[in-house]
Design a protein around this ligand. Sequence first.
Ligand code: NAD
Ligand code: DAU
Length: 331
Amino acid sequence: MTRLLVTGGAGFIGANFVHQVLESTDDVVTVLDSLSYAGNRASLPDDGPRFRFVRGSVADPALLDDLVPRHDAVVHFAAESHNDNSLLDPSPFIDTNIVGTFELLQAVRHHDVRYHHISTDEVYGDLELDDPARFTETTPYNPSSPYSASKAGSDLLVRAWVRSFGVRATISNCSNNYGPYQHVEKFIPRQITNLIDGVRPRLYGAGLNVRDWIHVRDHNLAVLRILEAGTIGETYLIGADGELNNVTVIRLILELMGNDPDDFDHVTDRPGHDMRYAIDASRLRAELGWAPVYPDFRAGLAATIAWYRDNEAWWRPMKDQTEAKYARTGQ
Ligand code: NAD
Ligand code: DAU
């Protein structure tokens, strides 16, 4: 039995992680989450013998000093995670992603607690559509947006705390996740919930940008495997060979929801929009024996659509506010 402190557990990936841990292990979980606009207590179970929710910030050193030593490992999901928001106001991205990670690193250092840092493939910048290369653990950092720059900064702090202070940390950089409990600001849930509302999906620019989709449960299974058998100080890239361009995804959502696949609108492009992400997960596969359990994107997307249809009470309170923000930027 391990006592896990999961930061950002009321967000998309963290909430799925908590459910998976409670289902598949006998670990005890504490979630530390500030319940920002992106956090939702309703994504998590009620408090009980194996689960406790604490509302607070990862940038609060006194709270960390109390919580961290009561756990065997910290899994750090908490972040400001949306590129579009970072273009409107980068400030909370610096506070949570950089200062928050710094405070957590200080706490795990002082209390000698194992730490796993959740990061993104976006730290590597983007690839051309025809580039045969994919990102690997040795690709140089080259982030494009305030979001990805803040994640890159946090990764570099982790590496420095491992080398300088002997912190027992691992890092994973994953590609685009999809699945249940994702905020409706993100591409796939935004289009699904628009269609439920009878609104046409919105494609940024020409829609040729490629993302490397992975089911959120496969991401979390990789994180669990790294916690179990990863080498301290190492970085692992997580991806499931799921490259698709945005127009293909939007057409598939339309088809699966019984609409004409051409029934979408092109809207203002994202400034500095990364063209392509692609992950080479060979290290994770070869060294830790991980492989995706949910590799069928069409089936995963159909299940995700069903989840949003069945859980309107979960996403409805965030929908109008999210669309009002997009309306202001012509998106
Ligand atoms: P999310 O925005 O859905 O959830 C983030 C959570 O962090 C929310 O519950 C929020 O309330 C919480 N939070 C924000 N600031 C906080 C603070 N100061 N203290 C405590 N909690 C705070 O994000 P997500 O999509 O679940 O992403 C989780 C992590 O995975 C992030 O680190 C992100 O960079 C990374 N990641 C995401 C993807 C993806 O496709 N979504 C892919 C790769 C990596
Ligand atoms: O690659 C991992 C990253 O994936 C994570 O680090 C981020 O936290 C996560 O948000 C995601 O970033 P993206 O910017 O790729 O995801 P997003 O869902 O915002 O957009 C996916 C693609 O869809 C991107 O090319 C922009 C486009 N898009 C997005 C929205 C919201 C549209 O065409 N229309 C839209 O309405």
